[in-house]
Design a protein around this ligand. Structure first.
Ligand SMILES: [Cu+2]
Length: 223
């Protein structure tokens, strides 16, 4: 919100002329100097010199999210780390894996966490790819390689959107992902990452959990 007017004069986000007097109004920008909006405070603004006063929504501070999947299976060690500053920001994905021994290629977010210790990465355990928009990967138009806009891929198709692990022994890489939410109903938090062999068989997996180490480090730096 532009409560300090740094983006210039107030522009209305929608048409409020017929809105009932007490209906909450969601505004993109606030008039310069005409409101007392601040965090966790209800505010009233005078809309376009109208005699009506509109209430705007309470303003919340949305904490950033940082989660990770720690992999330690079949000799592969490392992590997938995910960070999103807010629901409106791009997600940053870091992949740091060692001892791949050229044995694996694809990696995806799958539907469920690793719940059982037996047949950990099986379909019964972690399910299929996380694909909340029901994108059909059998469709001939599904991108074969990275480079298309991320909305063209399943949300969970990380190697499809970015790069595969084929022919690698270790990787340390970071990507921006425009379709990998950590907030809301399509969030990947609480699901899992599965690493596949080049033939598609599941080789290693790990649950996506809150990154307490990262959070504690940030808290200690800020205190
Ligand atoms: Cu998979």
């Amino acid at each position: 919100m532009d409560s300090d007017g740094k983006f210039g004069s107030f522009q209305r986000a929608g048409f409020f002329g017929s809105a009932p007097k007490e209906e909450p109004a969601f505004l993109a920008r606030l008039p310069n100097g005409s409101s007392d909006c601040s965090l966790k405070k209800m505010c009233k603004i005078n809309c376009f010199s109208s005699p009506f006063l509109f209430r705007c929504a309470q303003i919340y501070n949305v904490p950033e999210k940082q989660v990770r999947a720690d992999v330690n299976m079949n000799g592969i060690k490392g992590y997938f780390s995910f960070h999103q500053a807010s629901p409106f920001d791009v997600t940053e994905l870091s992949v740091n894996l060692t001892n791949l021994q050229n044995k694996v290629a694809y990696y995806h977010v799958h539907n469920f966490p690793v719940r059982s210790r037996s047949s950990r990465c099986s379909n019964n355990n972690v399910g299929d790819h996380w694909n909340p928009f029901n994108i059909n990967r059998s469709n001939p138009t599904y991108p074969k390689v990275p480079g298309s806009t991320h909305d063209m891929y399943e949300v969970g198709d990380l190697s499809g959107k970015h790069v595969t692990l084929a022919g690698r022994n270790m990787v340390d890489m970071t990507f921006k992902d425009f379709s990998l939410p950590l907030f809301g109903t399509n969030s990947i938090v609480g699901r899992s990452v599965v690493i596949h062999q080049p033939d598609g068989l599941r080789y290693a997996c790990a649950s996506i959990k809150a990154d307490f180490w990262h959070r504690n480090k940030k808290m200690s730096l800020s205190s």
